[in-house]
Design a protein around this ligand. Structure first.
Ligand code: SF4
Ligand code: SF3
Length: 544
């Protein structure tokens, strides 16, 4: 069976995974994800038609669509039976809602799918994947928008879980899914739609920021331990703070400690989690190191969102999934009707496990989200005015397994001592443990948090623009050298473009889904560029 996927940076040979995903996705899983996306477009078409007829759409239907898009993000769902079930649920929901539309309502074919056996579903998927769009530029723009929507829906889901929603975002997602089926939209219209997706990217990141900070407090400068304690532990990874909160609540007093992995590290910066004595520290590094690090951890691991790597047999039995993450053979923990998740099985398993093997000792300092940086504004502004800080370098984004990503560690090491790195996302693991020192009281790496918190970097840039009375955000002494991997980085990129940020460098390679012509538009209109080698780029950025 063939597949085609080029949605992430690690796509095979920088072109596309055609035999099996570099991420571990089988052709069947890839096909079922394509079909899920296609069926979701059908559901979105029905929802849009209902709205047009003046009928209301239940919030649960919008949430369902949001989760479907999140499900197809890189490294979230590797479970074929679960994906099949989700496609069937989507088609059933579409059929139920279709009944409220007049019989003569014109809908796309994906709004009235009939599903047969799994094999029939897989063969149906062959006609609705990425390559179904023949024109290379249209395909490129449709996929750019699709991946932006996937990232956007990941952020939206996190806000929804905390009780925050914005119907205008739901409506935009649904209308845009429908627009992706419209053969009448050419390069100009789709380029505009990509930028509009970026606009909603800013809206959703602001919503999530509000959800997180109103629920858990403003992140504050915090020191996070990297070593281990003597108790057995549970390792929690992914981005979902609500899952973490429920786990901490249930683990407190049980004799089991909770450690964060990868993108869960910034949870230590929130005041709300500091009260838990079982909240131990951070264990390990970015997502792609999990095979060795999960083996060494020795206790249960809870994956709340991507990035999960298909597990080794040695620890598969202690890997639990929740939310949009599914791995065939691993126990999945669902929420009950009230949203509560019962993690007692994980805690019970932890009690029978050895404490984690120590990987390292030391500490990380982070928590430089917007409010914390604003609190330091006087110090930062005077350091800029005195020339002690000459440049900020935004190095946010993702980490990944390709060797070429050592560029980012080398780049950080070679930056002049009067530069400050602004970061968010798991990209930070390439340099956050390096002894890069401080400029006065300001650390040279300011970690705002998860990729979800990239909004903080935007707020900081806009604040500096205001303080210095500059006409444009591009007049600031900020260089953008962003590393990407999956689709959340795509929505962050589109958001930055919408805000008018120019000259973003994107690495370690430009997305395979950008056709030559689309890449050309991005270069000409926004000055987007790739990376070369460290010395050359430092010169190019005026940093050497
Ligand atoms: Fe390949 Fe990335 Fe798609 Fe996985 S998500 S199949 S690695 S392009
Ligand atoms: Fe990392 Fe997946 Fe992108 Fe959230 S965990 S930044 S890669």
């Amino acid at each position: 069976m063939n597949m085609f996927c080029y949605q992430c940076q690690e796509t095979a040979q920088g072109k596309g995974c055609t035999v099996r995903g570099v991420c571990g996705k089988s052709p069947e899983v890839a096909a079922m994800q394509d079909l899920l996306l296609y069926a979701t477009k059908g559901l979105a078409a029905i929802v849009c038609a209902l709205r047009e007829k003046g009928k209301s759409v239940e919030q649960s239907t919008s949430f369902f669509i949001t989760i479907n898009l999140f499900t197809t993000i890189t490294n979230a769902n590797f479970d074929l039976p679960r994906l099949e079930m989700r496609v069937r649920e989507t088609v059933d929901l579409a059929a139920r809602l279709r009944k409220d539309l007049p019989a003569d309502c014109v809908l796309p074919a994906c709004a009235s799918l009939t599903l047969g056996s799994r094999e029939e579903m897989l063969s149906l998927a062959e006609s609705c994947g990425v390559l179904a769009t023949k024109d290379e530029d249209i395909r490129s723009l449709r996929e750019l928008i699709t991946y932006g929507l996937k990232g956007l829906c990941a952020y939206l889901k996190h806000a929804n879980v905390l009780g925050y929603d914005d119907e205008s975002i739901d409506i935009f997602v649904q209308k845009t899914l429908l627009a992706l089926l419209d053969d009448g939209l050419g390069v100009a219209e789709l380029t505009a739609l990509a930028l509009e997706t970026g606009k909603y990217g800013v809206t959703v990141m602001a919503l999530l920021d509000r959800a997180n900070t109103e629920t858990y407090g403003q992140p504050e400068i915090s020191t996070v331990e990297l070593g281990v304690r003597k108790n057995p532990g549970i390792l929690i990874s992914g981005h979902d703070l609500k899952d973490l909160e429920m786990l901490l609540e249930q683990a407190e007093g049980s004799g089991v400690d909770v450690y964060t992995h990868s993108e869960m590290l910034p949870a230590h910066y929130y005041p709300a989690f500091k009260k838990y004595r079982c909240f131990a520290g951070n264990y390990g590094n970015a997502w792609w190191r999990q095979k060795e690090e999960f083996a060494a951890f020795q206790g249960p691991i809870l994956m709340t969102t991507n990035c999960v790597v298909p597990p080794l047999e040695s620890y598969k039995g202690r890997l639990f999934t929740t939310g949009p993450v599914f791995v065939e053979g691993c126990t999945h923990i669902d929420a009950d009707q009230t949203g509560h998740k019962d993690f007692s099985r994980i805690i019970a398993l932890a009690k029978s496990c050895q404490p984690p093997q120590e990987l390292e000792q030391g500490q990380i300092v982070g928590g430089f989200a917007h409010e914390q940086v604003f609190a330091l504004a006087d110090t930062v502004v005077s350091a800029i005015k005195s020339g002690a800080i000459k440049r900020f370098v935004v190095m946010a984004g993702c980490d990944g397994r390709q060797k070429s990503r050592s560029y980012y560690a080398d780049f950080a090491k070679k930056l002049p001592a009067d530069t400050v790195i602004l970061t968010a996302g798991c990209a930070k693991y390439k340099y956050i443990k390096l002894p890069l020192g401080k400029i006065g009281d300001v650390p040279r790496v300011l970690d705002a948090g998860q990729c979800n918190d990239s909004y903080s970097l935007v707020r900081i840039a806009l604040k500096l623009q205001e303080v210095f009375g500059l006409a444009s955000v591009n007049d600031l002494p900020i260089v953008y050298n962003i590393s990407w991997y999956e689709q959340k980085a795509v929505i962050v990129l589109l958001a930055l473009l919408h805000l008018g940020v120019q000259n973003i460098h994107l690495g370690p390679t430009l997305p395979a889904f950008l056709s030559a012509n689309v890449a050309d538009v991005l270069v000409k209109k926004f000055g987007i560029a790739g990376i070369t080698d460290v010395d050359n780029d430092l010169r190019l950025f005026g940093l050497q």
